[in-house]
Design a protein around this ligand. Structure first.
Ligand SMILES: C[S@@+](CC[C@H](N)C(=O)[O-])C[C@H]1O[C@@H](n2cnc3c(N)ncnc32)[C@H](O)[C@@H]1O
Ligand SMILES: [Zn+2]
Ligand SMILES: [Zn+2]
Ligand SMILES: [Zn+2]
Ligand SMILES: [Zn+2]
Ligand SMILES: [Zn+2]
Length: 457
């Protein structure tokens, strides 16, 4: 009798083992929610439209695909045309100019109202309990990420800022690729740095609309990266197209750092749509995907390379200033290793880490890898993903984490600690699709293929 297998499923959108897929298609005909067009999700139980914003629990729009065909449902959804907020960028900019013209002690920002104002001339009364930040120097106005309170709602906006060192690494990579135009998606600290330099031109697209208080209308777009939605519509489309046109001659790169729980499929779709716009505007029909430097967890690698094979993962461990979870993990005394890596379609050899003693040049791979990474001659690559030194298993014919041991019963390498034969552990990945939580023999991908084969036979 076959042993009963327990499959742990986790109800998060981190794509660990949740059988929910995003259907990739044109979203402009989808129902709306306050965050722009919804995405179409597909599960075993059926397909439905829901908020595109990553794990947004506050947004309750949920419409079954079948119901969307009904006139009454469509009518009810129309209200969102007028409900979706817009921002007055011109007014925000003239306010900034007025505030900037005054002495720094007169400048203040109310974090509760998201309002930049003059202490001597408050535009409205800010209640006692409001969080006021004052004074504000020129330097602070130029770098709001250094003092704006972080939005730390982990599920939706989770803001984690790059350290200075990581910012420097990004600019080094861009320089090595002759890039002078940066489309910053969810990377305000890269935008700030670019704006402070004369050799770069940049635009920020972010869901945090507080940034509109500090930039002229052509430098910031209030944006949802999961459905490629610009809240100010046509006005923003023109701004983006103008930016693309201007970058026709110099190189251009998208530098993107999505919230960590974000889904890969809609993000890749966004990259493709932005590339299409660029190609049309700049009349470059034969260009491939725009250059991209995308910060994301290493365990997303199979999903990203599956959807966009030209995007490769580099071994650089991106550092953040305020990752609470990161810092907590360090309490047990172990050296903390950031799980965030760069994914890029630029040549990996252009990531020069010669000044960083935590990295070494692999002469076989021809790019920098973590010093702890070992080049495996059997696999033909530096195989570590998570910063540990992996070891090769001759039975599985691949390198595995050092905490794994080959189990004859399970016919695969399994986490050594607490291993129970037959129980598939969340952290184990399938040899076929690399997804976690099931073995190759249970791979849904292979089952679909087998079904198709059976049908055609
Ligand atoms: C992990 S932080 C990255 C910050 C970056 N490391 C930096 O130093 O500039 C995620 C960023 O994406 C933005 N963001 C969150 N959800 C978004 C969405 N749906 N669309 C666009 N931007 C979003 C956040 O406001 C934040 O700036
Ligand atoms: Zn206030
Ligand atoms: Zn190597
Ligand atoms: Zn190996
Ligand atoms: Zn093995
Ligand atoms: Zn599988």
């Amino acid at each position: 009798m076959p042993r009963k297998r327990k499959l742990e499923t986790k109800d998060s959108n981190t794509q660990k083992s949740l059988p929910v897929e995003v259907v990739i298609e044109d979203v402009t005909t989808h129902p709306l929610c306050l965050h722009g067009p919804t995405l179409l999700f597909s599960t075993e139980k059926g397909r439905y439209f829901a908020c595109a914003s990553c794990r947004n629990k506050e947004c309750t729009v949920h419409i079954d695909e079948e119901d969307w065909k009904k006139e009454s449902v469509r009518k009810r959804n129309e209200k969102y045309y007028s409900l979706i907020p817009k921002i007055d960028k011109a007014a925000a900019w003239s306010n900034f100019v007025e505030v900037k013209a005054r002495h720094y002690v007169d400048r203040a920002f109310c974090s509760t109202c998201e309002d930049l104002y003059l202490v001597s001339k408050p535009s409205k009364k800010h209640a006692k309990e409001h969080r006021i930040i004052t004074p504000l120097t020129d330097e602070q106005l130029a770098r709001p990420t250094t003092w704006l309170p972080m939005l730390e709602n982990d599920s939706v906006e989770a803001q984690y800022m790059f350290t200075k060192k990581s910012v420097t690494t990004v600019f080094g990579i861009l320089k090595n690729n002759n890039i002078s135009n940066i489309l910053c998606i969810g990377t305000p600290s890269i935008h700030e740095e670019a704006e402070s330099r004369s050799d770069f031109n940049s635009i920020l697209m972010d869901y945090d609309k507080r940034h509109c208080n500090f930039y002229p209308p052509n430098k910031f777009i209030w944006y949802n990266m999961f459905n490629n939605y610009m809240f100010n519509g046509n006005e923003d489309e023109k701004v983006l197209k103008k930016f693309f046109k201007k970058s026709k001659e110099g190189g251009i790169c998208i530098v993107m750092d999505p919230p960590f729980g974000g889904r890969v499929e809609p993000l890749v779709q966004t990259l493709k749509e932005l590339t299409e716009t660029y190609k049309n505007v700049c009349d470059k029909p034969d260009e491939g995907l725009l250059s991209v430097l995308w910060a994301f967890p290493y365990f997303s690698e199979p999903y990203i390379t599956n959807m966009a094979p030209e995007i490769k993962m580099h071994d650089y461990q991106i550092e953040y200033t305020n990752h609470k979870k990161f810092i907590n993990k360090m309490k047990d005394g172990r050296k903390f290793v950031s799980p965030i890596r760069f994914f890029t379609n630029m040549p990996l050899r252009t990531i020069d880490l010669s000044n960083d003693s935590n990295y070494k040049m692999c002469n076989k791979c021809k790019f920098y890898v973590a010093s702890s990474n070992n080049h495996c001659h059997k696999c033909g690559s530096c195989t570590s993903k998570n910063g540990m030194t992996y070891k090769h298993c001759d039975v599985c014919k691949r390198c595995v984490k050092p905490t794994f041991l080959h189990c004859k019963e399970c016919e695969m390498c399994c986490q050594e600690r607490n291993h129970v034969c037959g129980v598939v552990v969340e952290s184990q990945s399938c040899f076929n699709c690399k997804q976690k939580g099931h073995k190759q023999s249970d791979c849904p991908q292979l089952q679909v293929q087998n079904k198709k084969k059976r049908k055609s036979a």
